[in-house]
Design a protein around this ligand. Structure first.
Ligand code: PLP
Length: 491
């Protein structure tokens, strides 16, 4: 039964009905029966349930909105507003041992993110579901079921369905990468790829060099093996080669992890010179490079190429995710690695999930063979490109000049910098109050930095119409930072 049916309104009282109703809803919120972000009943429905006029409900909702307990969004409804549990700005000087992050960030620190209903989500670089090629996939899936019957549901060989590995060799060759079926490992997402590499090549105490900042999922995988992270700063054309040289000489790492095109979170792409310098240095120190390639296909100005294309010494473990272009829930990706490390990867893969589901592998194989991948890639690139330009236009129009950003020319996000001394964690909390979610730079730090002047805005999961509204909300949150005191002294 709805919470609202039992609300007590007394017509004999002198207190207007809308105030009584507001009071009852206020009690529901304060007692926790109505949770943050929960949607309230539509006005007409609630008016009918309580046998009051629509206007009574409208006034009650308005009163609670003015108190900051509710918020409404045109076309979406009225919601309970989140309340900040930790009002102080999160300063870099937070003492050791305390909670560094506001509640939403703590959740994100565990690799998940709570998205309030109706909020503009600039934090997740995940495509909106209407972009998924569901109709084509359904046809191909049925064809596979008719063709393979029960075989599609057996255990698939651990390294991956051979025809798919053959198709992927073809795909790689079309992208100027030399590859062989026996060097390909099918994985259940790029994240699993990083994880099984860590499992098979690292032992506790080993050093791993990463760009700083970087993709948190990779840091988590390396740390889970007891590895020690050596962060190397990024410059605008890739990793700092002088810092990399020093780190290689000092730590003799077991692995280097890089995202050379449209890096997460900075959007930086390596120059060709830096790609070659990185390869040469790693060859000199005999260290394998993990190349995480989630975004090369998504360039909107000029094409980039993966480092793997230049890998003449066979030291690059190339991981290709299909999550951002196909469908993340398929949990399908692959890696192409030097042959000698494949057996170790296979053992690690086996102990993780035995094999990636055969039905998905067979369907994707047919999808590739029928040329549907190239068609869909073009569609996705065009769709993301539209969002990219909408985002740029909105940022140019609505963000103050002191917030700077670069134009990555591809990928799914922008990396923005606040004026010196500002806290992106703090901006995150202000944005949360304005029903907009950003990713503060601290989340991507490889050096345990607890706050940052930078933050990432991803446009993948927002419809073009919502991008401008979301940027306006960020601007409001930013302006409020200066004008609105967080707490007032009791004087
Ligand atoms: C840089 C990077 N690598 C890997 C992944 C994980 O991808 P997958 O969904 O294929 O596991 C992500 C996901 O966002 C990512 O951004």
């Amino acid at each position: 039964m709805s919470l609202f049916v039992s609300l007590q309104l007394d017509r004999s009282q002198s207190t207007p009905l809308y105030q009584q109703l507001a009071g009852e809803i206020r009690n529901l919120i304060n007692s926790g029966q109505l949770k943050e972000w929960e949607k309230l009943p539509p006005i007409r429905k609630l008016a009918r349930e309580l046998s009051v006029n629509n206007i009574t409900v409208v006034h009650a909702y308005q009163e609670l909105e003015q108190e900051g307990l509710l918020y409404s969004q045109v076309g979406r409804g009225t919601f309970v507003k989140a309340r900040l549990h930790q009002p102080e700005p999160l300063l870099k000087s937070t003492p050791e041992g305390q909670d560094y992050y506001p509640p939403g960030l703590k959740v994100m620190d565990q690799g998940r993110l709570q998205i309030p209903m109706g909020a503009y989500n600039f934090a997740s670089a995940i495509p909106t579901p209407e972009l998924f090629p569901v109709a084509d996939f359904k046809v191909i899936l049925n064809e596979v079921l008719d063709r393979d019957g029960g075989k599609a549901f057996g255990y698939q060989e651990g390294q991956g369905y051979l025809p798919l590995r053959e198709s992927l060799v073809e795909y790689l060759r079309e992208n100027a990468i030399e590859a062989y079926e026996n060097c390909i490992q099918i994985i259940s997402g790029a994240q699993q790829g990083i994880d099984i590499i860590a499992k098979s090549l690292l032992k506790a105490g080993d050093f791993v060099i990463t760009e700083n900042p970087t993709y948190t999922g990779a840091l988590a995988a390396f740390k889970s093996r007891g590895a020690r992270i050596i962060p190397v700063p990024l410059e605008e054309d890739g990793v700092s080669i002088s810092s990399l040289k020093k780190a290689l000489a000092k730590y003799h790492p077991s692995l280097i992890y890089v995202i050379p095109n449209f890096q997460t979170p900075t959007g930086i792409s390596y120059s060709e010179e830096k790609k070659l310098a990185l390869l040469d240095l790693c060859q000199a120190y005999k260290v394998n490079i993990i190349e995480d390639d989630s975004f090369t296909d998504l360039s909107y100005d000029y094409p980039r190429q993966p480092i793997k294309v230049l890998d003449q010494y066979g030291q690059v473990i190339y991981i290709k995710s299909f999550s951002k272009i196909l469908m993340p829930g398929l949990r399908l990706a692959f890696l192409s690695a030097p042959e000698k490390i494949i057996p170790g990867l296979l053992t690690a893969k086996h102990s993780s999930d035995i094999s990636t589901p055969g039905l998905i592998q067979r369907t994707f194989d047919l999808y590739l063979r029928k040329g549907l991948w190239s068609k869909h890639l073009k569609y996705m690139r065009d769709s993301y490109q539209e969002r990219y330009h909408t985002m740029l236009k909105a940022m140019e129009a609505h963000l103050p000049q002191e917030i700077s950003y670069t134009k990555p020319g591809g990928g799914l996000s922008f990396w923005l910098r606040l004026p010196p001394g500002s806290s992106a964690n703090y901006l995150y909390t202000r944005c949360l109050e304005n029903q907009v979610i950003i990713s503060p730079g601290s989340l991507f730090s490889a050096s345990e930095e607890r706050d940052s002047e930078c933050f990432r805005l991803s446009f993948a999961g927002l419809y073009p119409d919502d991008i401008e509204k979301g940027i306006l909300a960020i601007n409001t949150a930013y302006q409020e930072q200066d004008s609105k005191p967080l707490y007032s002294p009791l004087l």
